[in-house]
Design a binder for this molecule. Structure first.
Ligand code: MN
Length: 192
């Protein structure tokens, strides 16, 4: 099964000023594209060849895990944004956020703190446990919550390639701005 580069559901300049066109072009067109190409070169002839991307991430290690993890991570990442995003989650997801974190504002605070404090490259995830409860998970490098039997709902990429052109070393500032472009309809659909 050939792994495809995920199509952006918006123009490359649509997320400005939160994420610049240049960053989207490099992040999607170069970084993610490289992970996709690497994976397509690594998979043929292995036992992972016909598995879903999630199952490859659950079962592999080494180079296949790193590249498959980053493809899965970025597929979730790029499709969770919209130029019309922002605001608050609603419905069952909002209820679960309040149950786990008290308020949406407190969830944002805890999520930003997890992402800011992650040392080096990695991801902060809002993830769903088997019973529907929510948890914030920090993953190093290309990790994804599916390896912990969790469902990834929302991911903030803290690799420097995600923000360095626009925010230089100000990771926390970048993370705070991301809330403006989160498409909560997409995140809610992942929860249901
Ligand atoms: Mn990235």
């Amino acid at each position: 099964m050939k792994i495809e580069l995920v199509k952006l559901p918006y123009e490359t300049k649509a997320l400005e000023p939160v994420i610049s066109q240049r960053t989207i072009e490099l992040h999607h067109g170069k970084h993610l594209s490289t992970y996709v190409n690497n994976l397509n070169n690594l998979l043929p002839g292995t036992s992972f060849e016909n598995l879903s991307l999630e199952d490859i991430v659950r079962r592999s290690d080494g180079a296949i895990f790193n590249n498959a993890g980053q493809v899965l991570n970025h597929n979730l990442y790029f499709t969770q944004f919209s130029p019309k995003g922002g605001g608050n989650p609603s419905g069952k997801l909002a209820e679960a956020i309040n149950a786990a974190f008290g308020t949406f504002e407190n969830f944002q605070k805890e999520f930003e703190a997890a992402a800011t404090s992650l040392f080096g490259s990695g991801w902060a995830w809002l993830a769903e446990m088997k019973d529907g409860r929510l948890i914030i998970v920090k993953e190093p490098n290309g990790g994804n919550p599916v390896t912990k039997e969790l469902i990834p709902l929302l991911g903030f990429d803290v690799w420097e390639h995600a923000y360095y052109i626009d925010y230089e070393n100000r990771r926390a500032e970048h993370l705070k701005a991301l809330w403006q472009i989160i498409d909560w309809n997409v995140v809610e659909a992942r929860y249901e």
